[in-house]
Structures are given as structure tokens and as C-alpha cells.
Design a binder for this molecule. Structure first.
Ligand code: SF4
Length: 398
């Protein structure tokens, strides 16, 4: 049997729903023809979604950044400021609540509370903020934070990770956004985030969360110098935990943005590598339901293509984003455009909830939403003066 025939038989097995090994995934990722890889991944997506496979989803959400003060100093990060720096800012609770109110007004259903590892913010800070948000806006889902924040806040408060998760869940956290996964294998993780917890610890905390009924998504930061084998190892680590917990709702790879950080000059992941990753994730992560395309970091056309390489979701209209835009992501969109992009990629668009239920299926263009204020903003803090819609009344961080 030739090498190509071997590759084809692995691809056929994966497309038919069979489990592939990490070694086989690496071989496919390296060597399978791009279109064949995409076709196999799309076959798996179609089988998984059956009668609703013609739909691709999006969500309306807002990232709310509560502080940029951070003791962890990841080398790829363009958002943080060291705690003693005069660039540090924190957002008062009333400002956070106003941003939540705007999110509700614009039809947003989810907030991502996102910030640095502030040296003074323990469990109590998050309890106070989440309970205030839930009290004022019970309809908003708090899909936020990740294992890194849990590790940090539990250390500040002197409690276990389990207690920290229980308490912030009781205060209002609905699910974890899976931030801080970056790259889970030790070598690339230490190279870009030497002060972050290990990949094993990140997964251990997610596993604790899942056992407490707090589900999460999982992410991967591509393109900071990691090898193909390390990318596949990242997927293996997630799949192994998922076999035990089933708590990862989605996998979201996104590409490193090279501006304003200490890794400047490293090679970014190409669109080609990104699409191969979307496809291999759909094939390898046979136990994760949703694979998300990220138009924000790879652009709209690559986002559309991802829907043909195994992705079933195109991310969000992000009413505010400050983190990846600080590092150079400049793609902007709005709800009407996102609906149009999905439709022109050959799918029926649907607005979804955090838990992926369809809230509104846009099956008739005549009934499309027309509110032109539902726009993805690159940020009130990432760019001097911001690009915020005036009606949103976003304020400068200063
Ligand atoms: S990625 Fe997060 S933890 Fe790392 S420096 Fe930036 S804000 Fe801090």
C-alpha cells in the first residue's frame, strides 16, 4: 500500500466518524491535500448536525475588560500593563453595569468578563461583580474567565480552585470562556507565557469546573512558533479530558496577532494552517460538539471558508473587544454583515445562545434584523480615541 493510500484510508475512517490517533492526526495535518481534509471534516459536521446541518450560528456578546493590570506578563499579550505602570486602569462597577445595559439594549445575550491578573483581585472581587451583574441583568449569561484566572484568584484568596469555582458560580458565573489555554504543551507554553500555570494544571482546573457542572469552551492560540506536533498535542490533551468530562462545548482556534508585544517578529499562522487546524479539530475532536471559525483574527473570507472546513459557528458580533485588537486585529463587522457572510457561504444564519440553542433563524432575508447599531467595535481602549459607535457611549479607559 502506498503512503497516499494510507493517508486516504485514515481520512476515510475519520470522515466516517472513526476515531483517529494523535499520530494519524499529525500525518493528516501535515500531508493530506487541503480540499480532501476540508471535505472529510465537512462530512463529519454534516453527519453530526443532520437536519440542522444547513445552519451556521453566531452570537451577540460584549467583552467587558475590568482591568489591564496583570502580574503574569505573557510575551504575546498586547493588552496588559504591569501593576505599577502608569498605564494601568480599572473599571468601576457602575461603568461595567452600564456596558451590560448597552449589551442588553442591542440584543446581546452574553458577556465575557475579561482582564489581567490584578494583584489584589481575589474570589471576593468576582463574587461582588458577578452578583451585581446578575442582580441587574439576570437575562445576561456570564461566559467568562478561565483556569488561569481561577488559579490566580484562589491564590490571592487562599482557597482551593474548587472553592473559587463554587463561589463564583454561585455568584453568577454561568460558564468558562476557556481563556488562557494558549498552547497547552510545556515547551511552547513556557516560551510565550512562562508565568502562567502549566497546561496540565489548566486542564485540571477545567476538569474540576466540569465536575461541578460549570461547562466551558476551549481555545488555542496559533502561530507563536509552536510546531505542528505541538498543535496536535494540544488537541490530544483536550480530547483526553473531554473523554472524562464532556464539559467542553466548543473548540476555538485563533491566530496570534503580532503587534505591540514581546514576540514581535515571530511568524503568524497562515490562513492555510488555520483552515487545516479547523478541519483537523473537527476530525480529531470527535467528542467536542462545536468548532468555531474566528473571523476576528483571520478575516471574513477565511471565516466563511472555515464553515466549509468543519466549523459550524462563526463566532460573534462583539460589541466591544480590546484584547486581540490591541495586538493588531483590525477586522470589523456587524450583525447584518455577519448574517450576509454566513448566507453567502451557503448556510442559513442563526443567532444562538451561549449553550448553542438557536434563538433566531434567519431563513428569510426579508425578515433580517435591521438595527445598524449592532456592530463589532474594536474598542474603546485598544486604539487612541476608540472606534466605538457614538450611540454606545463607550468611554475611554483613561
Ligand atoms: S494574556 Fe492575560 S494573563 Fe497573560 S499578560 Fe495578558 S492579561 Fe495577563
Amino acid at each position: 500500500m502506498t503512503e497516499n493510500a494510507d493517508l486516504q484510508s485514515v481520512l476515510d475512517r475519520a470522515a466516517a466518524g472513526g476515531r483517529i490517533t494523535p499520530e494519524e492526526a499529525l500525518e493528516l495535518y501535515r500531508s493530506a491535500p487541503l480540499h480532501a481534509l476540508g471535505q472529510a471534516a465537512d462530512a463529519v459536521r454534516r453527519r453530526r448536525y443532520g437536519s440542522i446541518a444547513h445552519i451556521a450560528t453566531y452570537i451577540i456578546e460584549r467583552n467587558i475588560n475590568y482591568t489591564n493590570s496583570c502580574v503574569t506578563a505573557c510575551k504575546f499579550c498586547a493588552f496588559y500593563a504591569p501593576p505599577k505602570s502608569d498605564k494601568v486602569w480599572t473599571r468601576p462597577l457602575e461603568d461595567i453595569l452600564r456596558r451590560c445595559a448597552e449589551t442588553v439594549e442591542l440584543g446581546g445575550t452574553q458577556i465575557m468578563f475579561q482582564g489581567g491578573h490584578h494583584p489584589d483581585y481575589g474570589v471576593e472581587y468576582y463574587e461582588e461583580h458577578f452578583s451585581a451583574i446578575k442582580k441587574a441583568f439576570p437575562q445576561l449569561v456570564i461566559h467568562s474567565l478561565g483556569a488561569s484566572e481561577i488559579e490566580h484568584m484562589s491564590r490571592i484568596s487562599g482557597v482551593s480552585a474548587e472553592e473559587a469555582i463554587r463561589r463564583i458560580h454561585a455568584a453568577g458565573l454561568d460558564s468558562f470562556a476557556g481563556a488562557g489555554a494558549e498552547l497547552l504543551p510545556a515547551r511552547p507554553r513556557t516560551a510565550i507565557a512562562p508565568l502562567k500555570e502549566s497546561g496540565e494544571r489548566w486542564l485540571e482546573i477545567m476538569e474540576i469546573a466540569h465536575s461541578l457542572g460549570v461547562e466551558s469552551t476551549s481555545t488555542m492560540l496559533m502561530g507563536t512558533g509552536e510546531t505542528n506536533a505541538e498543535r496536535i498535542e494540544h488537541l490530544r490533551m483536550i480530547r483526553d479530558v473531554q473523554d472524562r468530562t464532556g464539559g467542553f462545548r466548543a473548540f476555538i482556534p485563533y491566530t496570534y496577532q503580532p503587534e505591540n508585544n514581546h514576540l514581535k517578529g515571530r511568524t503568524q499562522a497562515t490562513i492555510f494552517e488555520y483552515l487545516r487546524m479547523i478541519a483537523i479539530a473537527r476530525l480529531f475532536l470527535d467528542n467536542v460538539a462545536h468548532i468555531q471559525g474566528s473571523w476576528l483574527t483571520v478575516g471574513k473570507e477565511a471565516g466563511q471558508l472555515s464553515l466549509h472546513y468543519g466549523a459550524d459557528d462563526l463566532g460573534s458580533v462583539m460589541l466591544e473587544e480590546n484584547v486581540v485588537s490591541s495586538a493588531g486585529a483590525r477586522h470589523r463587522s456587524n450583525r447584518m454583515e455577519l448574517i450576509d457572510l454566513i448566507r453567502k457561504a451557503g448556510r442559513v444564519p442563526a443567532q444562538r445562545a451561549t449553550t448553542y440553542e438557536h434563538l433566531l433563524v434567519h431563513d428569510d432575508p426579508a425578515n433580517d434584523p435591521v438595527d445598524d447599531r449592532v456592530v463589532s467595535h474594536i474598542s474603546s481602549t485598544a486604539i487612541e480615541g476608540g472606534t466605538a459607535h457614538p450611540e454606545l457611549k463607550l468611554i475611554d479607559a483613561g
